[in-house]
Write a protein that binds this ligand. Sequence first.
Ligand code: PGA
Length: 253
Amino acid sequence: MRKNIVAGNWKMNKTMEEAMLLSNEVIFMGSDEVKTDVQMIMAVPFPYLVTINKYLDKTPNIAIAAQDISDKAAGAYTGQVSGAMLASIGVKYVLIGHSERREYNNESNQQLKEKVDLALANGITPIFCCGESLELRQGGKYLEYVANQLKESLFHLNAATFGKIVVAYEPIWAIGTGLTADASQAQEMHAYLREFLVTQYGAEVANNCSILYGGSCNEKNAQELFACADVDGGLIGGASLKSREFVNIAKSF
Ligand code: PGA
């Protein structure tokens, strides 16, 4: 059975002091209130990973994630952070291919493929982000476009390795805009992607893959979104910066 996952993407927010407060509140409320079969994840800025990870010893259903990983293994790449570095500090998950990185850092499907491989080689689970722009949605070819993102960055993996991937569908037009995909739009894409995974990897692998929805997901709409047959949780931006709301979202299954 696939896992239900609620992952918070803090993006470039919070000072150290604020990050300690927010993470501690999430851990305190989350370990008390959220069902233990829901995996909670906080994707925090690099400087806070080590400190926050120390708080997580006794809470196996809460984990940290990095927000990016280098597409190179090691060497003269100033400013980059490698998979080996992340693994050495106990990071278990990493966001790969968030639309903000695709847009502002020109990350291509090919480059994301390298990132996926380096995460997996270091025992880190990729949360692979995909999604279409408003223009693509209005043009009508959005399903094929998103499926192609998976194909170009993930389909070189064999079935056993693909089994370690988490997918996050985030329509770009819904990120940070307050415009959420409604439940039927989310379900349409998630079901399409799962069917696409069936053709590549077979029903068992496809049915075991957690596919998260992201884009203005909040405590008010989470329940309806998570009730969709193929939505296995959320990747939460703005609402993950408020501990009470983030924990409420994790309680929405
Ligand atoms: P949002 O961001 O929830 O603020 O729309 C989601 C994301 O970018 O992961």
